[in-house]
Each structure stands twice: as structure tokens, then as C-alpha cells.
Design a protein around this ligand. Structure first.
Ligand code: HEM
Length: 257
């Protein structure tokens, strides 16, 4: 597979001092909601996480994210499965802020049946599970290409040079020049103009992919910013401690050598 790359403007979260760009997380959430959630769950993320510190809909007015009206509204737009206590049947109810992003399919068999045999993976930690993280997600979403002549693609499969795979058995050309990448059951989910951004950002394929990749990076590590800030504070403390230790060493040994 080709090496994943970042969008032109990079990710705001990169580097030791990087932070999530909240406007971008909100746009990325919209892409997830309107497109990806039709197939992919995020079972490790609860609606209330959206309203926690550094999250897409964090609002300092609501220290308790369960009281954040935007978060409550978002949760109420989802249905989650539950058991009818009288009949024992599986029914659905409106989600609450403590529910997780559900799968749109009743079970993995139903998911596979609707997707040409492949189950859409849960996206909670996809940026941790795949080499390249957010850059991989961005590259995969923007990287679909027509298959090169000589590559046999099965019905319902799509060529993507960033998807890990081995295409040698599907390749009838020179065996030294097997195309990079693989085939997957997910058709290109995004195209220009598909998601309208409320803040006026242009709805290009690249912008949509960058924003949803940033959102999924947040989902994979919601505490990344806290972790970085803690790291900086620990280093500052160690530096101060080193200074004090050295000064006391100088004082104790003054004039003794
Ligand atoms: C696989 C992301 C929309 C169906 C994947 C993978 C990612 C991803 C990262 C995993 C690739 C890997 O295993 O490395 C997204 C994002 C979406 C989106 C960010 C929205 C922008 C959709 C939609 C569908 C879908 C709308 C269904 C119509 C699938 C399926 C797979 C998959 C079936 C498994 C493919 C295979 O292993 O052959 N998606 N997806 N995805 N997605 Fe999506």
C-alpha cells in the first residue's frame, strides 16, 4: 500500500503542543453522522464524550456533559436496541447521553449481508488500529482510483492504493510491477458537495475527508490533549526540581573542595 499522507493543511493535533481544532471536530462529526454512521458504529464512544473537555461539543457552561443541550439533542436523534420487558423482543428506544454510537445493523450477519460480505469495522479506535492513523483514514477516503488495466476486480470490490493488501493474484501484468494497495468492499463514501458545512468551509472531498479523519483521531484518543499538557507540566516540574537539587548541592559543598 502507498504510504499515507496528511491533508495539505496538516492536522492541528500533530506535535507535542498540538490541540484539536474544535470547529474541525464539529464538521468531522457531521460527516460521520451523515455518511459513515449509515454503516459504522463507534461502540467505545458515548454521546456524552462529545461534550467532555477537548471534545467536539465541549461547552465550559456545562461541566457535566450530560446536561449539555447539544449533546442531549444529538443522542436523541439515535435509536439503540433494547429488550421489551414484557415480550422479550428486541426493540429500539431513543438513545440517552450515556449510550454508545450504535451499529446501524442488527448483527454482524446483517451487516455483512448489506455490504457484499464484509462487516464495516467499528470506528472508535480505527486511527489507533491502523498504521498511519488519521493520515491513513484521510488517504483511504481520498485515494480511490480506477483500477489499472490488468487488475481484475471482483463484483462489489473497489480498488484503493492505500488499502493494505496483496494484489499479485489479481494482476495479469508484469509480476515485478504489481499495483500498490488492495481491494475493499467499501465504495468511495465521500464526494465533493456531499456534506454541507455549517461554517461555510468548502465541501471538497479533501476537506470532508480531513475533517472526519480529525474527528476519528479525537475518538481514538479523547484525552490526547490532557496527556500532552500533563507531559509538559511534568517536564517543567522536573526541570525546577533539577535546579533546586543542583543549587542545594552547591550550597552543601560550598568551600569543601
Ligand atoms: C471499511 C471509514 C463510510 C462500509 C472502512 C475502513 C475505514 C472506513 C477506515 C477500514 C479500512 C481498513 O480496514 O483499514 C469510513 C468513513 C466513512 C465510511 C470515515 C464515512 C466518511 C462507509 C459507508 C459504508 C461503509 C457509508 C456502507 C455503505 C464499509 C465496509 C468496510 C469499511 C463494508 C469493510 C471493507 C472491507 O474490509 O472490505 N471504512 N467508512 N463505510 N467500510 Fe467504511
Amino acid at each position: 500500500a502507498l504510504h499515507p499522507h496528511e491533508p495539505k493543511e496538516g492536522f492541528s493535533s500533530s506535535g507535542v503542543l498540538g490541540t484539536y481544532d474544535q470547529a474541525q471536530l464539529q464538521r468531522g462529526y457531521k460527516v460521520y453522522r451523515e455518511v459513515c454512521a449509515a454503516c459504522h458504529s463507534m461502540k467505545l464512544i458515548s454521546f456524552r464524550n462529545l461534550g467532555e473537555k477537548d471534545g467536539p461539543f465541549y461547552d465550559p457552561k456545562y461541566k457535566n456533559p450530560n446536561e449539555n443541550p447539544v449533546v442531549k439533542q444529538i443522542a436523541s436523534e439515535f435509536e439503540v436496541p433494547t429488550i421489551d420487558s414484557e415480550t422479550g423482543d428486541v426493540i429500539t428506544r431513543k438513545a440517552t447521553t450515556s449510550d454508545a454510537f450504535p451499529s446501524p445493523f442488527a448483527n454482524p450477519e446483517a451487516a455483512a449481508a448489506s455490504n457484499g460480505g464484509a462487516v464495516p469495522p467499528d470506528l472508535s479506535v480505527i486511527t489507533k488500529a491502523r498504521h498511519g492513523g488519521a493520515s491513513y483514514v484521510y488517504s483511504l477516503l481520498t485515494g480511490y482510483k480506477a483500477p489499472p488495466a490488468g487488475l481484475k476486480i471482483a463484483e462489489g470490490q473497489h480498488y484503493n492504493p492505500y488499502f493494505p493488501g496483496d494484489l499479485s493474484s489479481a494482476w495479469s501484468g508484469d509480476h515485478k510491477h504489481v499495483p500498490a494497495g488492495g481491494v475493499l468492499a467499501m465504495a468511495p463514501p465521500l464526494s465533493a458537495g456531499q456534506v454541507t458545512f455549517d461554517d461555510g468551509r468548502e465541501s471538497t472531498l479533501s476537506n470532508q475527508a480531513a475533517d472526519v479523519a480529525a474527528f476519528l483521531e479525537w475518538a481514538g484518543e479523547p484525552k490526547a490533549i490532557l496527556r500532552k499538557k500533563t507531559g509538559v507540566a511534568v517536564l517543567a516540574y522536573l526541570l525546577l526540581f533539577f535546579g533546586l537539587t543542583y543549587a542545594s548541592y552547591r550550597m552543601v559543598w560550598r568551600g569543601k573542595h
